[in-house]
Design a protein around this ligand. Structure first.
Ligand code: CMX
Length: 435
């Protein structure tokens, strides 16, 4: 058995035993109360699931296994120039709860390289789609097409419940290994006439992805290392993670579960916001006729967007109540590498202008930027201005968290998820009976 899988087996078996005892003793304890407004309000804040890989604090933001993004930048093994963390390290941390050594990360990079061959039929399926199909649609189609190789689906007939984690681990490792290849294939067929670039197996997971996209600039490789690390997980209740969790609970295999999550990420209130942000910025610059708008001009444009009944993309969050540390991590990257870039400057001015305007509306719970407010400016700087691809990048990263967590869900034997719904009539009757 490989060393990561062995570690996972030991840790998950121990936790399973511990949880069984814990639930036997405390299973009847109350951890939450549900208000009517939460039932109608998208279940905000209701504690309904266990998610091992990360937890979100409204003020501090995301912590992966207890570590904040700035801490992880110090602790995780980095790329060859020692600047940005390797996403492989974060996956290791999320899966087994330990910060890996550089040797362990090198082992993982090699594992993913060895597992990265994408079956030919997946490329044929993609090639059958019109070239202008949205990249997220192509991504979901490709993930579903890869499901033919699911170890979980193949072994389901003969394996017992205690082996689900093993097959889930195999699918998780294979799927993560293959996603950059599939994503790069989609990028090159959509924007570069199918002029594909072969992988460079001497590179780490993120740098090889940058290489296959066709942007081999070492700074862009560093951006990909950071980007694929910070987008990886945001606890379990966000729409894409929750979708993967829900589908996985039916014992659909990790490919089908992850494809479902990606359909959810493709919504403009969720992952698609990264394309919406840059689209909105380009439109604004076009409308204002300048690359260097004043804060007053930006404020006027923001007010126009709001008056048209539209949201300001990249701002607000269902849980966060401060600037997103993932936004701040990208701002730090821009300060280190490209602080004079025009679009970066515009993003920073928007950061000054938008929060007071949203606060002034009196209804927005979080007026601060989220992860999607900054990423487009960084990508455009390095030549990736095809914004309809941006959510695919987010999706490749998100695989790390949601699939690592899927291993835990199967290892801990979590059941089919099945919350209760009620009708409006039920609510009215309940109110009559509970005056
Ligand atoms: N611009 C304008 N209005 C906003 C707003 C924004 N950025 N964010 C919230 N609001 C509005 C809501 O639309 C809602 O208005 P109504 O009551 O008229 O419907 C009101 O403020 C209250 O909303 P909220 O409780 O503060 O926010 P929600 O938890 O309902 O929604 C989110 C969160 C992210 C969907 C919302 O802030 C939004 O639409 N933001 C813009 C899209 C975006 O950036 N999404 C990316 C999120 C991160 C990610 O998943 O990738």
């Amino acid at each position: 058995m490989d060393p990561l899988k062995k570690k996972f087996q030991e840790k998950s078996e121990a936790l399973k035993v511990e949880l069984k005892a814990l639930l036997k003793e405390h299973g009847g304890r109350k951890v939450d109360e549900v208000k009517l407004s939460q039932i109608f309000g998208g279940a905000r804040g209701i504690k309904t699931m266990v998610w091992e890989t990360s937890q979100l604090d409204p003020i501090e933001g995301i912590r992966f296994r207890g570590y904040s993004i700035p801490q992880l930048r110090e602790l995780l093994p980095k790329g060859p120039d020692g600047k940005e963390p390797l996403p492989e390290g974060l996956f290791w941390l999320m899966l087994v709860g330990e910060v890996p050594t550089p040797e362990q990360v090198t082992w993982l990079t090699k594992q993913w390289t060895q597992r990265s061959n994408v079956p030919e039929h997946v490329y044929s399926v993609l090639d059958a789609l019109p070239a202008d199909t949205h990249p997220m649609t192509q991504f979901v189609v490709a993930i579903n097409a890869m499901q033919t190789g699911s170890v979980f689906a193949r072994r389901y007939e003969e394996m017992g419940k205690s082996e689900y984690w093993d097959a889930t681990y195999e699918d998780t490792m294979n799927l993560i290994a293959r996603l950059p290849r599939v994503a790069a294939y989609i990028y090159r067929r959509t924007y570069y006439n199918g002029d594909h670039i072969q992988p460079d197996i001497s590179l780490d997971w993120a740098a090889n992805f940058a290489h296959m996209l066709g942007i081999s600039n070492p700074e862009f490789m560093n951006l990909m290392r950071l980007y694929l690390t910070i987008h990886a997980d945001h606890e379990g209740g966000n729409a894409s993670a929750h979708t993967v969790h829900l589908i996985g609970s039916t014992l659909s295999d990790p490919y089908l579960a992850f494809a479902g999550g990606m359909n959810s990420l493709a919504g403009p209130l969720h992952g698609l916001a990264n394309q919406e942000v840059i689209k909105w910025i380009f439109k604004m610059l076009d409308a204002l006729g300048t690359k260097n708008p004043s804060k007053e001009q930006i404020a006027e444009y923001v007010n126009g967007t709001l008056q048209a009944g539209r949201v300001i993309p990249g701002y607000g969050h269902a849980v966060l109540r401060r600037p997103d540390p993932r936004f701040m991590a990208q701002k730090r990257f821009a300060e280190d590498y490209i602080k004079d870039d025009d679009i970066v400057q515009v993003v920073w001015k928007i950061f000054d202008v938008v929060p007071p305007i949203l606060e002034g509306l009196g209804k927005v719970k979080n007026p601060w930027p989220n992860v999607d407010a900054h990423s487009g400016a960084l990508l455009v700087h390095y030549g990736m201005d095809q914004y309809s691809f941006y959510t695919v990048l987010f999706g490749v990263s998100r695989a790390l968290g949601v699939l690592a967590n899927g291993c835990w869900s199967r290892a801990l034997g979590f059941p089919l998820e099945r919350p209760k719904s009620v009708t409006s009539n039920w609510v009215k009757e309940w109110l009559k009976e509970n005056q």
